[in-house]
Write a protein that binds this ligand. Structure first.
Ligand SMILES: NC(=O)c1ccc[n+]([C@@H]2O[C@H](COP(=O)([O-])OP(=O)(O)OC[C@H]3O[C@@H](n4cnc5c(N)ncnc54)[C@H](OP(=O)(O)O)[C@@H]3O)[C@@H](O)[C@H]2O)c1
Length: 250
């Protein structure tokens, strides 16, 4: 896929991995609509980055997702690339009194919203000459953290949904890409002490993957994690969880 001249929607495009994807795409000649709750931050990114516009929305709310979809379908230029990137991760004990409510909020952002946007925008994207849906999951789909149960459920679910979407659209021009970052230095991993890569490396890997037609993009340590999960799944699961257990529960 040629990125130049494309129009992309990047949820969570105001900071972290989403911001670097936005920067990489605009540097490659695309225009990008970024989405998040923090309007001041989105405006700053718009002011600093050419070809960026923004839309403020809380994607845990299905009505806000509908409002975003209506904005995209009514707007111009026409959308070519959807990047479902916005996400949250909580370390929580399943015995906490509010565990279920917190997991439901996590599922709303990390799983329900990407499915909402992908299905609502699919008919439009299928009409485009060259289009892509990118779902940002995680290398942890190969070895989930026990202390982030909502995140593990959401990302595992999104990984499976991405495969279903790819299968159902296999005879179309749409590319369906799963981006599986390892630990990345953003606010999401502020309390995690393991090795991390910088978010611009993840964005570079995604753009390379889009250009070369990769279905699953595994930057940095995710490549090794994938291999280890095939060779010694129990070992890698325990090793990663030993590291993750050092993070205090929220
Ligand atoms: N960092 C890692 O190690 C890592 C590893 C693997 C996968 N990932 C995935 O990569 C994606 C980006 O993560 P990140 O590390 O860049 O995290 P981040 O820096 O914390 O950014 C999260 C983004 O999500 C947006 N967001 C949060 N809640 C939202 C809501 N209710 N509605 C709309 N937008 C919302 C935030 O914008 P507002 O605050 O403005 O709403 C922000 O732009 C996530 O899906 C994450 O699971 C991250």
């Amino acid at each position: 896929m040629d990125i130049k001249g494309k129009h992309a929607l990047v949820t969570g495009g105001g900071v972290g991995i989403g911001l670097e994807i936005t920067r990489a795409m605009t540097a490659a000649g695309a225009s990008v609509l970024i989405v998040g709750r923090d309007e001041a931050r989105l405006r700053t990114v718009q002011n600093l980055t050419p070809r960026v516009t923004y839309f403020a929305a809380d994607l845990t709310d299905p009505a806000e997702c509908d409002r975003l979809v209506a904005h995209v379908l009514a707007g111009s230029p026409a959308l070519d690339i959807l990047v479902n990137n916005a996400g949250t991760m909580q370390y929580l004990a399943l015995t906490a009194p509010d565990a279920r409510a917190r997991i439901e909020r996590e599922l709303a952002l990390d799983l329900r919203a990407p499915i909402h946007l992908a299905t609502a925008l699919l008919p439009h994207l299928l009409e485009r000459p060259e289009a892509a849906i990118v779902n940002v999951t995680t290398g942890l789909v190969y070895a989930p953290f026990g202390n982030t149960p909502g995140y593990s459920a959401a990302k595992g679910g999104l990984h499976a949904f991405t495969r279903s979407l790819r299968w159902q659209t296999r005879h179309t021009r749409l590319r369906v890409v799963d981006l599986l970052p390892p630990a990345v230095a953003t606010s999401l991993t502020a309390r995690y002490d393991g090795p991390k890569i910088s978010p611009d490396k993840v964005a570079t890997a995604l753009l390379d993957g889009l250009r070369t037609g990769r279905e699953e993009v595994r930057p940095g340590q995710t490549k090794a994690l994938y291999a280890m999960s095939r060779i010694a799944p129990g070992f890698i699961f325990r090793a990663l969880n030993k590291q993750a257990d050092k993070v205090p529960l929220d």
